[in-house]
Design a protein around this ligand. Sequence first.
Ligand code: C2E
Ligand code: CA
Ligand code: CA
Length: 528
Amino acid sequence: MPLTARRPTHWSWRTLLPWALVILPLLIGTPALRWQAERELEAQSHSAALQVLQQAERILDHLSTAARALLPLVGQPCERASLALRAEVTRNAFVRSTVLFDQERVYCTSLLGGYDEAVDVDDYTEGTLWLMDGNSVTPGHPLMIYRMGEARRGVLVTVDGEHLLTFLRLYGEDLALQIRVGEHWLGADGQVHAGTPPTPAHALAKLASTRYPISTQAGFKENLSLVFMLSHYPALFALLLGIGLLAGSACRWQIRRASSSRAELERALQADEFIPYLQPVVRSGDYHWAGVEVLMRWQHPREGLVRPDLFIPYAEHSGQIVAMTRALMERTARSLAPFAALLDDGFHIAFNITADHCRNLALLDDCAQFLAQFPPGRVALTLELTERKLIEPDAATLELFAKLHDMGVMIALDDFGTGQSSLNYLHQFNIDYLKIDRSFVAMIGGEALSLHILDSIIELCEKLGLGIVAEGVETPEQRDYLARHEVEYQQGYLFARPMPVADFLTALAARPGPPALSARTPPEIIRD
Ligand code: C2E
Ligand code: CA
Ligand code: CA
């Protein structure tokens, strides 16, 4: 369909919808990606807490091995034990110092030899571990002491906090990691703090050792899911944006096409460009013209004569078909009424209607106005309703069809055989005629089975007392077959193609007919 010139943009659903479609995939996809990012961050946090815990356990295993090796020395004089204490420090990478205590007092250390200091078992969580912020040798430097032995005597093995800090600092600044022993905890700042560590804002992971009184905690200081998402899924974001842009562009194209079609049809309606073409319907037997079907054509200023199948679907979609049919009926009446004398009484004039016409009772007025322009009884108005798109038999449509009948308007079911109307449907809508679709007529001359379908349709019509019109009759063989099977009316290229009103009137005036009719010479015929 030709398009109209661009109209100024205004913010309506037509302009907003494509943009909505652009962002829709992002709107749906972003929460999903964010959820994914949060799971990833949680996994990172958990993995970091686990690695630090496993590392701490490994170090404690070393301390425990060293302590166990030294335990038999407890009680021995320091001069005899000190060499073994130092040897353990040298042998074990994680052991910074070793100490023997007895009677709750330190009496020998690897560093100083003989030494005296109180040992309080209560300083040690579960009597085993003490996380402290330094001792007299290295004040302010984190230490962890592992204690093994009985209540009053045993071994102390110390590890330098640096070994733990290495792992706490391995994951960068965003991930906060802490090691906790009892009421003390060590963070990446290298300080031992008392109390409970601050809970990180996001993706908190807490793990506790089953072998030592130690636990780790990890989490992100702020919600990094958005940053994570953007940095880790750029391709997915690009894809979502791409899909959005594609959907938005397709929608915009479709809307522009539809709205420009709508505007173009509106313009054509105002310019009275929809014109009637008439295709005669003949009576079997004498093959005189018993009526016409009015077929719409678009006399387009640039494209010339446009076929209905190129614009009727748009008009049906936009709802403009109702106004277009009204204009077509008015124009047909205007062109034919002055020559009503050429028509036999009860001459059938059929218009095609659609479901849109059945939504209210306006069609009644259109039909009344059409009929009012002809002498009473001169024309019989028929409305053809296609079986391809069946309408719902609701109260409003049934009322419309009943009132149409009261007015003497007849209803024909068009393209019969192509849809799925039931007998009940035919009855409810008071169908007067069935128009057998041309695909069935084309079966004449073909194989027997196909022909059997056509025969069944004809038989059905007879049983139901419905009139029959056979469409698309193109050959004498088809014509004669249909006549033999008492199909009352026929329509097709064999008799006449759809033609402008002027041609129809000229042909009508020239046709041989009853004397009264041939005497009726048309005055000047105005050509469409
Ligand atoms: P339809 O109502 O089934 O109209 C019959 C179509 O068959 C017409 O095509 C006609 O030209 C064509 N035809 C007639 N005899 C023969 C034949 O012997 N052989 C072949 N091959 N074709 C034949 P047309 O005029 O192109 O119309 C096509 C369709 O467009 C119509 O099918 C109808 O569904 C729709 N249409 C036409 N005018 C209107 C209208 O005013 N309103 C509505 N709603 N639809 C219309
Ligand atoms: Ca039709
Ligand atoms: Ca048809």
